[in-house]
Design a binder for this molecule. Structure first.
Ligand code: SAH
Length: 204
């Protein structure tokens, strides 16, 4: 997976490559899907949600430019896989999930795997996590019709926000770097995520 899907497609950050080699992706999936865990596509998890394709996980993670000292916010805990990757690469991970059963399962698994620097809460992540802000980096793992303003507000200056923005069935992956005044935006390519539902996302 790391060689043919990640390195061959341009993922260069050594820490990201090492971490994706190390974290057992199959454990975040139901048993019948274990044999497909390292294949080049997204897979279903509970509650009609999905775990992203390995390449997209790597691409988004690399764009956060983590060195090990950061406080990172994730919106959309899902299976907890992306949170585990972040926890290996940053100091602390705060992750928000709107579906309680997913949050509970992810919390249990991450605890079992020994992660002590991840905190998960059940909430509408489009509002961010004000009490824990500001963040060095924010990653949104569900597709949004626009960039939720609270997430920009809760980012440090020079902080990175990575988020899929666009239509329901296709989005553009955006990287926004916050500056003193406004921000710099880069398009990282097309993608397809499940809906970000909430006050600053899609309406339920
Ligand atoms: N990062 C996950 C994949 C997430 S799938 C992983 O590694 O497995 C997207 C997740 O975003 C779903 O679990 C969905 O319930 C959640 N989600 C959607 N809208 C949300 C919101 N407003 N706040 C928090 N989570 C949300």
């Amino acid at each position: 997976m790391v060689e043919t899907q990640l390195r061959a497609r341009g993922i260069r950050d050594k820490r990201v490559l090492e971490t994706m080699r190390y974290v057992p992706r199959h454990l975040f999936l139901e048993e019948s899907l274990h044999s497909q865990a390292y294949e080049d596509h997204a897979l279903p998890i509970a509650e009609k949600q999905t775990i992203s394709q390995p390449y997209i996980v790597a691409l988004m993670t690399e764009a956060l430019e983590l060195k090990g000292t950061e406080k990172v916010l994730e919106i959309g805990t899902g299976s907890g896989y992306q949170a585990a990757i972040l926890a290996e690469l940053a100091e602390r991970v705060l992750s928000i999930e709107r579906i309680e059963s997913l949050a509970n399962e992810a919390r249990k698994l991450l605890e079992r795997l020994g992660y002590r620097n991840i905190t998960i809460k059940v909430f509408d992540g489009t509002c961010g996590w004000k009490e824990e802000s500001p963040f060095d980096a924010i990653i949104v793992t569900a597709g949004s019709p626009s960039v939720p303003q609270p997430l920009i507000d809760q980012l440090k200056i020079k902080g990175r926000l990575v988020i899929p923005v666009g239509e329901v069935y296709s989005q553009m992956l955006l990287k926004i770097t916050k500056e003193e005044k406004g921000g710099r935006q880069e398009d990282m390519g097309g993608c397809r995520f499940v809906k970000l539902l909430g006050e600053y996302g899609w309406k339920e």
